[in-house]
Design a protein around this ligand. Structure first.
Ligand SMILES: NC(=O)c1ccc[n+]([C@@H]2O[C@H](COP(=O)([O-])OP(=O)(O)OC[C@H]3O[C@@H](n4cnc5c(N)ncnc54)[C@H](O)[C@@H]3O)[C@@H](O)[C@H]2O)c1
Length: 361
C-alpha cells in the first residue's frame, strides 16, 4: 500500500456517469480562490468560523447558506427554511450547489440537490474524516424525519469531490475516531487481511498524516469496488451496513450522543459477539477484532446504552423484512456476510449479555 498513488484521481462510475475524487495537496485557501459564479454554497457553520480567512472569497461572493451540523438540522422539518434561503439566493435549475462540511452537510445538500426544482447538480468538499474516507462516494443522501434517523433519502452522486486532508487538522479527536471507525468497517468488509492491516497500524495511523491519507484512499478504493457493482444498495452493497444495524440502534438508544462512526465501531463488536453466540463465527474471530474496536470506542464508555431501547430501535431498522432482521455478521472465516435472522428472545438475550459485559469494562 505504501506505493499507492494518492494524488491520482479516483474515478467512480454511477448511474449519472462517472465522477472524480480529486486530492488537493496545497493549502485549503486554494480551493476557494475563485468562487464558482454559477453556484450557491452550503457551508458547515464551524468550517465558516475556523476557516474564515481561507474561504473569504466565497463569503465576499455572497451566495451561501450556513448550517450548524447536528442531527436535528438534518431533519425533514428543517428543509423549508433551507429551500427559502436558497431561493432567496436566486438559485436556478442550471446552477450548482457546493457543499463544504462533513456527512451531515453532505446529506442535506445531496437531498436538496435531488429534489430542488426536480434536481440540480452538486459538488462536495468533505471536511471530516468520515466524509473523506467513506460517505463522499456512493451517491446516497439520508435525512431524518422526526426522531427516525436516515429514513428518507435519494441516490444522487456529486459531479466532483475535492478532498483536502488539511481540514482534518482542526477536527475534534472524537470525530477522528468516528472516521477511523468507518475506515475499519470498510477494511473488515474487504477481507480479514485488510482488517488486520489497518488494525496493526491503528496507533501509527492516528499519529501520521501521510499514513492516514493512504488509508483514506485505500478505504475509498475498497468502497468503489462495492458501489460500482450495486450502487442502489439492492444486494451486494448491503454488506456496507456492517456495524450499522447495531450502530444506528445505539445512536437512537443514546439520543445521538455517540458520534456515528464510534457507534458503528461498537456496533461491529456487538455484531461479532452476536455472531459468535449464534455460532456463525468463531471466538477467535471475535477476539481478533475486539481489541481495536474497543480502543476506537473507548471515549463512548461513559455513555450508558439501554438494552431495551437498543433492541426496539434494531427491530425498526429499515433493512429488516416484516418478520426477520437483516444483519451483517462475520462468518466462520471472518468474512462479513449478509443474512436474515429470526427475531427470537435468544437474539435479544445475546444483545443484553453483550451490553452487560460492555458496561463492566
Ligand atoms: N450519505 C452517506 O453515504 C453517509 C454515510 C455515512 C454517514 N452519513 C451521515 O453522516 C453524518 C456524520 O457525518 P460526520 O461524522 O462527517 O459528522 P458531521 O458532519 O456531524 O461533523 C462532525 C462535527 O465536526 C464538525 N466539523 C466538520 N468539519 C470540521 C473540521 N474540518 N474541523 C473541525 N470541525 C469540523 C462539524 O461541524 C460537526 O460538529 C451522520 O448523519 C451520518 O448518518 C452519511
Amino acid at each position: 500500500m505504501g506505493d499507492l498513488l494518492v494524488s491520482k484521481p479516483i474515478i467512480i462510475d454511477s448511474h449519472k456517469g462517472s465522477y472524480e475524487v480529486n486530492l488537493q495537496n496545497g493549502p485549503i485557501s486554494n480551493l476557494f480562490k475563485s468562487p464558482d459564479q454559477e453556484a450557491v454554497y452550503i457551508i458547515d457553520e464551524k468550517i465558516y468560523k475556523l476557516y474564515e480567512a481561507e474561504i473569504k472569497p466565497v463569503i465576499d461572493y455572497g451566495r451561501f447558506i450556513l448550517i450548524d451540523a447536528n442531527e436535528r438540522n438534518k431533519s425533514l422539518e428543517k428543509f423549508p427554511d433551507y429551500i427559502s434561503s436558497l431561493m432567496g439566493q436566486q438559485m436556478t435549475r442550471d446552477q450548482t450547489l457546493i457543499s463544504i462540511g462533513g456527512g451531515i452537510v453532505q446529506d442535506i445538500t445531496c437531498f436538496i440537490a435531488s429534489t430542488l426544482m426536480r434536481g440540480v447538480s452538486w459538488k462536495f468538499i468533505p471536511t471530516t474524516l468520515l466524509a473523506q474516507s467513506d460517505s463522499c462516494i456512493g451517491s446516497k443522501s439520508s435525512i431524518n424525519s422526526g426522531d427516525i434517523k436516515n429514513i428518507l433519502g435519494t441516490f444522487n452522486p456529486p459531479k466532483e469531490i475535492l478532498l483536502n486532508v488539511h481540514f482534518l487538522e482542526t477536527l475534534a479527536a472524537d470525530d477522528i475516531l468516528s472516521g477511523v471507525g468507518e475506515m475499519i468497517k470498510v477494511h473488515a468488509i474487504d477481507s480479514p487481511e485488510s482488517f488486520d492491516r489497518i488494525s496493526s497500524k491503528y496507533e501509527e495511523l492516528l499519529r501520521e498524516p501521510n499514513l492516514m491519507r493512504e488509508f483514506i484512499f485505500q478505504s475509498l478504493l475498497i468502497k468503489k469496488k462495492i458501489i460500482e457493482i450495486d450502487e442502489f444498495d439492492m444486494k451486494e452493497r448491503n454488506v456496507m451496513n456492517y456495524g450499522h444495524s447495531f450502530g444506528h440502534a445505539i445512536e437512537s438508544a443514546t439520543s445521538f450522543s455517540i458520534p456515528h462512526g464510534i457507534a458503528v465501531t461498537i456496533g461491529m463488536d456487538m455484531a461479532n459477539f452476536v455472531s459468535m453466540k449464534l455460532q456463525n463465527t468463531t471466538e477467535d474471530n471475535f477476539l481478533r477484532m475486539h481489541d481495536v474496536l474497543m480502543k476506537n470506542s473507548i471515549v463512548a464508555r461513559k455513555t450508558f446504552i439501554d438494552s431495551a431501547r437498543l433492541i426496539e430501535a434494531l427491530y425498526k431498522d429499515k433493512k429488516n423484512t416484516k418478520t426477520k432482521l437483516r444483519l451483517i455478521l462475520p462468518d466462520m472465516k471472518g468474512r462479513i456476510k449478509i443474512g436474515l435472522y429470526e427475531k427470537t428472545p435468544e437474539l435479544s438475550d445475546h444483545i443484553s449479555e453483550y451490553l452487560n459485559l460492555y458496561h463492566q469494562i
